[in-house]
Design a protein around this ligand. Structure first.
Ligand code: SAH
Length: 346
């Protein structure tokens, strides 16, 4: 396997080109072609000698994503791309337009092995983790296909980011590199189903990004019913890791709670959630569950969702109901890949 050139930092590229006997300025030239001009082949790197372009294409691989499907929401302009990888796999990436700028939601793995009961991404299991360069490709593809500048990135697409830890960390360093997108990690959120050792590892990196934890339940019993990971890491350990994240980084944790009718949305569960999170500097994001054909999770009424929120607020929590974007284009995690796979045997 040839090394993937887009996954290399400027420093690594410099070392590799030095080993090929190239002058010091070459690394910056190649980096610019990859991350500013975003060419799709070595051949297009016009200010490099022809022989070097040839040598680079023999020694390195250059990833590129093709757009398999593109959906634009008529309601709010949200765009969703189904992107094809070079090995035949596919992932989803979404562009969300907000008043204050554009945010993209990207995938970190092809499939997922976490097995959450309500989620479409996990239905076919995990195929593989994406490389740092492929995650950048998603961001670049959204800018290219949608013609928009991007001001924020959320790792909330297909996959469990902390199950692809090294590659995700490298992606974050490339995304924030001054000679690349130069995006401040303050504008990045990483969502996890709750891998405790990796949350601790992430706290130690002190990156300044927002940690979102998919909680979806106020106690172990309910959580185990909908999220297999709860069997591995009890709620108490997860909460302790979240508190440590806040202590070490100063960034408040955001909890996601997908409301599933009759499963985790009762008034008693709202009260339990208040007791669980009381005193934590955090935010609760309530998500009306997106119904997935293969899953038996149902969405409750708007009133039930608002009642749940009101109980949280009354209990002293900072809780909002997530505004739904792209609800007409199955923008929920993994749905488009799943539908297309079922139809076209992807
Ligand atoms: N694996 C990570 C990130 C990907 S999912 C995680 O678990 O956090 C991003 C968010 O969407 C998670 O909170 C996930 O639980 C939620 N989600 C997945 N399927 C959903 C569905 N059908 N309806 C509502 N939220 C869903």
């Amino acid at each position: 396997m040839k090394p993937d050139v887009k996954s290399m930092t400027l420093l690594e590229l410099g070392e590799a080109l030095h080993a090929l006997g190239q002058p010091g300025y070459r690394a910056r030239q190649v980096y610019q072609w990859l991350h500013e001009k975003r060419v799709l082949s070595f051949e297009q790197m016009e200010n490099l000698p022809k022989a070097l372009r040839q040598e680079l294409s023999e020694r390195f691989s250059l990833t590129a994503l093709c757009c398999l499907r593109r959906q634009v929401s008529k309601l709010d302009g949200t765009e969703k791309l189904l992107l094809g990888l070079q090995d035949g796999g596919a992932v989803e990436a979404v562009l969300m337009r907000y008043r204050y700028g554009n945010t993209v939601c990207i995938s970190t793995q092809v499939g997922c092995r976490m097995g959450c009961r309500f989620c479409a991404s996990t239905l076919g299991g995990l195929v593989r983790g994406l490389t740092p360069g492929e995650m950048l490709d998603e961001v670049y593809a959204l800018e290219r296909f949608c013609g928009e500048k991007i001001g924020g990135v959320v790792l909330m697409g297909i996959g469990e980011p902390l199950d692809n830890y090294e590659n995700v960390l490298k992606f974050l360093s490339l995304l924030s590199a001054p000679e690349g997108m130069n995006l401040s990690l303050r504008h990045v959120s990483l969502s996890t189903c709750g891998l405790v050792p990796e949350i601790d590892r992430l706290s130690g990196e002190r990156l300044g990004l927002t940690l979102s934890v998919s909680l979806h339940a106020p106690d172990d019993e309910t959580r185990k019913r909908i999220m297999p990971i709860a069997k591995k890491y009890p709620m108490q350990e997860l909460m302790a890791a979240c508190r440590r994240y806040f202590e070490r980084t100063g960034r408040r944790v955001s909890y996601e709670y997908a409301l599933i009718a009759g499963e985790n949305d009762s008034p008693a569960q709202a009260k339990k959630l208040c007791a669980l999170l009381r005193g934590q500097n955090c935010h609760v994001n309530l998500i009306p569950v997106n119904e997935v054909a293969e899953r038996d999770c149902r969405r409750g009424s708007r009133e039930a969702i608002e009642r749940f929120q009101a109980l949280l607020v009354r209990g002293g929590l900072n809780a909002t109901i997530r505004r739904e974007l792209g609800s007409d284009i199955s923008a929920a995690c993994g749905q488009l890949r799943r539908e297309t796979a079922a139809r076209e045997g992807l």
